[in-house]
Design a binder for this molecule. Structure first.
Ligand SMILES: Cc1cc2nc3c(=O)[nH]c(=O)nc-3n(C[C@H](O)[C@H](O)[C@H](O)COP(=O)(O)OP(=O)(O)OC[C@H]3O[C@@H](n4cnc5c(N)ncnc54)[C@H](O)[C@@H]3O)c2cc1C
Length: 417
């Protein structure tokens, strides 16, 4: 296997649990050191939907130059990004959107079940908190939320439209000075620390015999040269042969897939998070209790143990190490709007991560087309919420069993051409 982010770790666990001999190659020195490091931690299946949606191109263009724009372009797009955007734009057509949304929702619901099964069965504690509020600042936002409410209804996701008073009863720390017209309450959704979960599950996978080889940067996947060992993984230290390879390399997957003649329309869409210790975290009225999403700024605020995390922004182009000051400022603004003075900002951790985005939305799961090479990647903005289900599904496919959900729209075939 290549990659030990949340997707790689959950996959390693499921494969080891099925009795496979698993070796994971990871170029960093531990698990969840890249995009799975400091994401918002939200697990809200009802809100796992494609970013390629009807009306989105107009929405993006109308606010891209705003001070607190949710989407930003870092410089002029490259040719590859233009191609990606063209495919994204095509996937915004209503029928394509509906198909992708349905595939993602099915996987997200299944994934939450699998996550809670693992958490209970293995007694994992990863700073979970239950409940999610989608904050609607104005009456206009409230009116605009009707389509989303209808969708939640159709999907059978338990939810309620709640008044500002009810929001403050659920989240007593919310700043009464910030305009709030209401919120969508999702009582069964919530938050959990993705990185912490990855570390815990890695230990469980190791207990089942999985091996993790850190500081191993796989350069390419090459055809094997021994009977039964179809593929070789080559890194600087040498090469090793395997009967199958599972690629969970997130945003860098194309570099390793080249050797088996594959290229996916994958692009990094950067986001940012701030994490800070809560002041007086034992007091009920300090900081969030669980997950909140500010609908206007597309920013999530979450409680992780004794810390608050604020995450958002979508930046196309750009560089992993170059911070966009305006994007970070938006996160501070949203934190200050809702929970002023709650966090110790002297000790804040600022993080930038790259969402591994396919243009249409769903990840790609299953056989790659090259015999013995399997894919579990492209989870975009919802990799944590989708990871446990994706891993289980892939392990079932590799084991020749029928997966627990319909996999229509999740395979590689849709991305060809
Ligand atoms: C700001 C932000 C907020 C987010 N919030 C949420 C959220 O609230 N809920 C949610 O569900 N999702 C969220 N996400 C998305 C989520 O974080 C990602 O979808 C998920 O982390 C992707 O996991 P991954 O394992 O595919 O990728 P990664 O975590 O990046 O793992 C890939 C691994 O592969 C390794 N690798 C790559 N190439 C090689 C190689 N050649 N050899 C060896 N190793 C290699 C990398 O080092 C890396 O460790 C957010 C993302 C961002 C940026």
């Amino acid at each position: 296997m290549i990659g030990a982010g949340i997707v790689g770790v959950t996959t390693a666990y499921e494969l080891a649990a099925d009795g496979h001999a698993v070796t994971v190659f990871e170029r960093r020195n531990t698990v969840a050191a890249e995009t799975s490091f400091a994401n918002a931690g939200v697990i809200a299946p009802g809100y796992v939907t494609p970013w390629a949606a009807p009306g989105m191109p107009w929405k993006v263009m109308s606010q891209v130059f705003g001070r607190h724009a949710a989407v930003r372009f870092a410089g002029l797009p490259s040719l590859a990004q233009c191609r990606w955007m063209w495919r994204w734009w095509r996937a915004c057509r209503p029928a394509v959107y509906r198909r992708n949304r349905s595939a993602m929702q099915t996987l997200a619901q299944y994934s939450r079940q699998r996550l809670s099964g693992l958490a209970q069965g293995l007694r994992l504690d990863f700073e979970q908190a239950q409940g999610c509020l989608v904050l609607l600042r104005s009456d206009r936002a409230l009116a605009g939320a009707q389509a989303g409410l209808k969708l939640l209804q159709e999907l059978g996701v338990e939810h309620a439209l709640v008044t500002p008073d009810r929001c403050r009863a659920l989240e007593p720390g919310l700043n009464p000075q910030t305009e709030l017209a209401g919120a969508i309450h999702l009582p069964h959704d919530g938050v959990g620390n993705c990185r912490q979960f990855a570390h815990l599950l890695r230990a469980e996978a190791q207990r089942l015999g999985a091996q993790f080889r850190f500081d191993h940067d796989v350069q390419t996947v090459l055809p094997g040269n021994a009977p039964g060992l179809q593929w070789r993984l080559r890194d600087r230290a040498g090469q090793a042969a395997f009967d199958a390879v599972v690629v969970c390399a997130g945003v860098q997957a194309n570099a390793v897939l080249q050797g088996c003649g594959l290229k996916l329309p994958l692009t990094p869409v950067y986001g940012y998070s701030l994490t800070a210790p809560l002041r007086h975290h034992e007091a009920a009225a300090v900081g969030p209790h669980s997950a909140l999403m500010d609908e206007k700024f597309k920013v999530a605020l979450t409680r992780l143990g004794q810390r608050v995390r604020v995450a958002g922004s979508a930046e196309l182009g750009g560089h992993p190490d170059r911070l966009n000051a305006a994007a970070v400022a938006t996160l501070y603004k949203v934190l200050n709007d809702w929970f002023p003075g709650a966090a110790q900002l002297r000790d804040v951790q600022v993080w930038k991560g790259a969402r591994p985005m396919l243009p249409d939305g769903p990840p790609v799961l299953g056989a790659s087309g090259a015999t013995g090479v399997w894919l579990n990647l492209g989870h975009g903005s919802s990799g944590w919420a989708l990871s446990c289900g994706s891993a289980r599904v892939l392990a079932d496919q590799i084991g020749g069993r029928s997966p627990g959900i319909d996999l229509a729209g999740l395979g590689i075939a849709r991305l060809r051409g």
